[in-house]
Ligand binder design. Structure first.
Ligand code: C2E
Ligand code: MG
Ligand code: MG
Length: 384
């Protein structure tokens, strides 16, 4: 495999070293520096595959660097890492995009190693390391699998369901998270094939859990891009019938990463899914295209509050107000609320106070293979 180079610019030597270590453990060749001159020289001498850039450094800031080096940075995915607040980070990302740079996302310090790893993988996918052909082969070789992340009912304190998340068992790299390949698959019809695989596997798994007397609900992510076929509700319904599954056990989480080309078809499909008894959640609410307009237009039954608000709600007053307001609004609209990205007990307690219905996050459990989920459920009994 070609060496994938990552250039890290951070004035805190410890942070720089940690980022380099994580990059190395992911199989990349890192070069870290806190010196803008060295950074610039490295960019000019040997362009890396990915750049990780600190936003605020003494004497120079990341925005200046992006402006000055924009010609050299074109086509290199840039991940912004900083301790500044989320809004500022987001503004810097938008600025980079407006300059035509390939912004791979933002990571707020202090960060978790897994979070950094996932973002680096995603950035590398953007650097062309993963191609559509590779994903297509993975589908053909049946290398795609599902991990399940439990969600907790905050009233009964029981695990009542799990979200199915796509994973790629890569023969060389090990398990690749969905963040690294779903966005790429969404650029073509490949996402439709992935949706088919995920649907079949998730529903078959649900049937196995039902048969083992472990009835849980399951959530399946659906990219709005893969909804262009008006027969979709009939297809899923017949898969459910084959497995004797009640559609009420399935929630479809709609993620929308691009403006819809055919809003009428989307409305048709989502309405018929609800008529057939499936539940429907608006995913990542508060970000991107998961907007108030969508909420009014489409027949959702559930709202998932985006993890960027939930995971920062104890440290950012703004985030806390946003989470509180979203939960209130959802309840007033008659929707069930799910908080995603619950990373500690204090956040969970606070969500209980805000009357949130369900919670999901690393504090409760990480996504896991189906065989690990079963004992987890037995340990903490599901609905009776
Ligand atoms: P999502 O549906 O919002 O899924 C939640 C993501 O947050 C998952 O990442 C999960 O592993 C991660 N997560 C869960 N708890 C925590 C936490 O406490 N802290 C943090 N920092 N992260 C947490 P994952 O599995 O990489 O999935 C990324 C996105 O890829 C998903 O976001 C979803 O939009 C998409 N995706 C995943 N599987 C599928 C699929 O089968 N089909 C489609 N269309 N999209 C999928
Ligand atoms: Mg989801
Ligand atoms: Mg989400």
């Amino acid at each position: 495999m070609v060496n994938r180079k990552i250039l890290v610019m951070d004035d805190e030597p410890m942070v720089c070293e940690v980022i380099c270590q994580v990059a190395r453990s992911c199989g990349y060749e890192p070069f870290g520096t806190g010196d803008p001159g060295k950074f610039e020289a490295a960019i000019r001498r040997d362009p890396p595959h990915v750049v990780v850039l600190d936003l605020a450094m003494p004497g120079v800031d990341g925005v200046e660097i992006l402006r000055k080096l924009s010609a050299h940075l074109a086509n290199i995915p840039i991940l912004i890492a900083s301790g500044m607040d989320n809004r500022l980070l987001d503004a810097a990302r938008q600025l980079g995009e407006a300059r035509g740079l390939k912004m791979a996302g933002v990571i707020q310090k202090p960060f978790r190693v897994e979070e950094l790893r996932a973002k680096l993988e995603k950035a590398v996918a953007g650097a062309g390391e993963l191609s559509e052909e590779m994903i297509e082969k993975a589908v053909e070789r049946d290398e795609l699998d599902l991990h399940y992340q439990p969600y907790l009912d905050l009233e009964s304190r029981r695990i009542v369901g799990a979200e199915a998340l796509a994973r790629w068992n890569h023969p060389e790299r090990g398990i690749v998270s969905s963040a690294a390949f779903i966005p790429l698959a969404e650029k073509s019809a490949l996402i439709d094939r992935i949706t088919q695989v995920v649907l079949n596997k998730a529903i078959a798994q649900l049937a196995r859990w039902n048969q083992s007397n472990m009835p849980v609900d399951i959530s399946i992510n659906l990219s709005a891009k893969s909804i262009h076929d008006v027969d979709f509700p009939d297809t899923v319904f017949s898969i459910c019938q084959q497995h004797a599954i009640d559609p009420a056990q399935i929630t479809f989480e709609l993620t929308e990463t691009a403006a819809m080309q055919d809003p009428l078809t989307l409305l048709d499909v989502l309405t018929r899914l609800r008529l057939k008894g499936f539940r429907l959640a608006i995913d990542d609410f508060g970000t991107g295209y998961s907007s108030l307009a969508q909420l009014r237009r489409l027949p959702f039954s559930e709202m998932k509050v985006d993890l960027s608000f939930v995971s920062t709600m104890l440290t950012s007053r703004d985030s806390e107000i946003i989470v509180r307001t979203i939960i209130d609004m959802a309840h007033n609209l008659g929707l069930r609320t799910v908080a995603e990205g619950v990373e500690n007990a204090a956040t969970l307690d606070h969500l209980v106070k805000l009357s949130c219905d369900l919670a999901q996050g690393y504090h409760i459990a990480r996504p896991m293979p189906a065989d690990q989920f079963a004992p987890f459920l037995t340990g903490r009994p599901a609905r009776q």
